[in-house]
Write a protein that binds this ligand. Structure first.
Ligand SMILES: Cc1cc2nc3c(=O)[nH]c(=O)nc-3n(C[C@H](O)[C@H](O)[C@H](O)COP(=O)(O)O)c2cc1C
Length: 179
C-alpha cells in the first residue's frame, strides 16, 4: 500500500470536511494554533483615551518602519483610531495577564478605569504608552483596509520605546503562556 503524507494532512478528527467552505468557527480554531505575543493597542483623541488587547500585530516593512494591526470593527477603539489617526502598540510582559484581560473587556471596565490599572506615558503622537511594555511602537496611521469583520490598520512607527527584555506574555491555544 502506498502512503501519501499529503493526503493525510487534513484528516484529523478536528479538521473540517474537505471541499466545503471554511466556517468561522473552524477559522478561529485554526488561528488558536498560531501562538502570538499579546499587546494593548491604544489611542487618544477628542473622546479621550481608548485601548484594547490585540494579538494580530505584524511587522510590515523597515523602510519606512511600518506595522499593521487588525482591529474588530465593533471594538470601541476602531472608530477612535480612525478619528485620531494615531495608535500605539504596547507589547506585554509575562506578569501582565490581568491587564490583558481588563483591556479585552473582562470586568466591563470603562476606558479610563482600564488605564488606571497601570502607569502610562506618551512619546511622539500622544497615544498612551505602557511604561512596563517590553516594547512600545508609537504610530501614525498610513493606510486602512476593511476586510470582513476587521480593519487592517497600517501605521508608520514615529517613535519607539525598548523596555526590559524579561519574560513575555504569549497567547496560544486560547490560553496565556510565559516564555
Ligand atoms: C489575547 C487576546 C488577543 C486579542 N486579539 C485581538 C485582535 O488582534 N484584534 C481584535 O480586534 N480583538 C482582539 N481581541 C479581542 C479584544 O480585546 C476584545 O474583543 C475587545 O477589547 C472588546 O472590545 P472593547 O475594547 O470595545 O471592549 C483579543 C483578545 C484577547 C484576550
Amino acid at each position: 500500500m502506498t502512503h501519501s503524507p499529503a493526503s493525510d494532512r487534513n484528516t484529523g478528527s478536528e479538521s473540517p470536511p474537505r471541499g466545503r467552505p471554511v466556517e468561522a468557527d473552524a477559522f478561529r480554531e485554526a488561528m488558536s494554533r498560531l501562538g502570538s505575543a499579546v499587546h494593548i493597542a491604544t489611542t487618544a483623541g477628542s473622546s479621550g483615551r481608548a485601548g484594547t488587547t490585540v494579538s494580530a500585530v505584524t511587522s510590515v516593512s523597515d523602510t519606512p518602519p511600518t506595522v499593521l494591526v487588525c482591529v474588530n470593527r465593533q471594538a470601541r477603539i476602531n472608530a477612535a483610531i480612525k478619528e485620531s489617526g494615531v495608535f500605539a502598540i504596547n507589547t506585554l510582559p509575562a506578569h501582565a495577564e490581568d491587564l490583558s484581560n481588563a483591556f479585552a473587556g473582562k470586568g466591563d471596565l470603562p476606558a479610563e478605569e482600564r488605564f488606571r490599572l497601570a502607569a502610562w506615558e506618551t512619546l511622539a503622537t500622544g497615544a498612551p504608552v505602557l511604561c512596563a511594555a517590553r516594547v512600545a511602537l508609537d504610530c501614525r496611521v498610513t493606510e486602512i483596509s476593511e476586510v470582513g469583520t476587521h480593519s487592517v490598520i497600517f501605521g508608520e512607527i514615529v517613535a519607539l520605546s525598548l523596555g526590559e527584555r524579561g519574560p513575555a506574555l504569549i497567547y496560544l491555544d486560547r490560553t496565556y503562556h510565559r516564555i
